[in-house]
Design a protein around this ligand. Structure first.
Ligand SMILES: [Zn+2]
Length: 375
């Protein structure tokens, strides 16, 4: 509980808005100290040009195989005025522990530390790795840096994101695209005096809607609650005065991909459709992929760790509607399952909490996994 309180007390917000973006150094340095005390070799990996954004890579034991326990150290920004307690003070009320990041997902690390207590780590037959990443909530820079390092970690991985202790082997991928059309302003009384970007964007919306409808007929996966890829028209800005032809228009869309759908291929599909939709209108088109895109996650449902997680949790593997670092770990050759003690319903909002009754069962699950894969 002491470790958990200290992690909550160390702010580590990550955000694509520089105003909110913070370092996670304090969190990873604390974790490095605690895991060093257990005999782990610990390394802080800088993930970008910012010296205060760091991953912790910790390892104990040698050999092949082994288990990776992975989580992110950052939190989303917070609305202080909506909190009933200090978001940076772990507060116990009615069998719940409140604090920013309590469920998503700082609680995972003290649970891992507690799970390791009962083992004689000198007798490990296969290694235990701890990965504690930065910037999962903003750019996935931490996970990308792990992939780019081309190192290998254990064969089996668990990410302790909030799933209410249900094992998860699949989630959708995310692709965001901003489309900017530039035409020419002119007096509204005569359309031939300009090139209307807003009318062009209307054609883009129609074109993309038709493309999406076809996509949804072709691509389906019954494991998901929404069993097809979705495309959301998220925001649009353009024009100014009513008496001016709209010269610029910008729109952002969000596409959620099923496992097996390659994000680069579908981004190319979007761009091709946009270009076709405004062909001949004399508009300039610019695309911006933004900082975040993520492949869908799909771990073989027969993977050893998926089967073990199902057995330990007492329920079958499923899907979630949020993204994780799972696809990155899978791309490094691990079989990854997502399973953690928090609930996503309490994440990313004021008065975030974790139900205390989940902590001991999660420790029990981790101890059985460590025993299975590492001894
Ligand atoms: Zn999370």
């Amino acid at each position: 509980m002491e470790a958990f309180s200290r992690l909550i007390a160390a702010p580590s917000v990550s955000s694509i808005d520089p105003l909110h973006n913070q370092s996670n150094r304090e969190v990873v340095e604390m974790l490095a100290n605690w895991f060093s005390d257990l005999g782990f070799s610990c390394e802080l990996q800088q993930v970008s040009s910012d010296p205060d954004k760091l991953n912790l890579i910790a390892c104990r034991g040698e050999g092949s195989g082994g288990l990776v326990l992975s989580g992110h150290t950052d939190t989303v920004p917070y609305d202080e005025q909506l909190w009933n307690q200090d978001p940076f003070k772990l507060s116990e009320i009615d069998n719940k522990l409140y604090g920013l990041g309590s469920t998503d997902m700082k609680s995972f690390f003290p649970i891992v530390l507690a799970s390791l207590q009962k083992f004689d780590l000198d007798k490990l037959k296969h290694p235990v790795f701890i990965l504690a990443t930065c910037d999962e909530e903003s750019t996935m820079a931490g996970a990308r840096a792990l992939v780019n390092s081309e190192r290998s970690f254990g064969r089996h991985a668990l990410i302790g994101e909030p799933t209410g202790l249900q094992p998860i082997n699949m989630h959708k991928g995310i692709l965001i695209e901003t489309i900017k059309l530039t035409g020419q302003s002119g007096h509204s009384s005569n359309p031939s005096l300009g090139k209307n970007a807003l009318e062009g964007m209307n054609c883009v919306i129609n074109g993309l809607s038709a493309w999406r409808d076809k996509l949804q007929q072709k691509q389906q996966n019954p494991n998901f609650k929404v069993p097809f890829p979705t495309m959301n028209f998220a925001s649009i800005q353009g024009g100014d005065n009513p008496n001016r032809i709209c010269g610029d228009c910008e729109m952002t869309i969000d596409l959620r991909l099923l496992p097996g759908m390659n994000k680069d291929e579908y981004r190319a599909g979007i761009r091709h459709t946009v270009m076709q939709s405004v062909d001949g209108r004399g508009l300039t088109i610019e695309f911006d992929a933004g900082p975040t895109a993520m492949d869908a996650m799909q771990t073989d449902e027969n993977a050893e760790i998926v089967k073990l997680a199902e057995k330990l949790a007492g329920e079958p593997t499923g899907t979630v509607a949020f993204g994780t670092e799972g696809p990155y770990l899978n791309s490094m050759g691990m079989d990854t399952v997502v399973m953690g003690p928090g609930d996503i319903d309490q994440a990313h909002q004021a008065n975030e909490f974790i139900v205390m009754d989940r902590i001991d069962p999660m420790i029990d699950i981790l101890q059985k996994m460590i025993k299975h894969f590492c001894y």
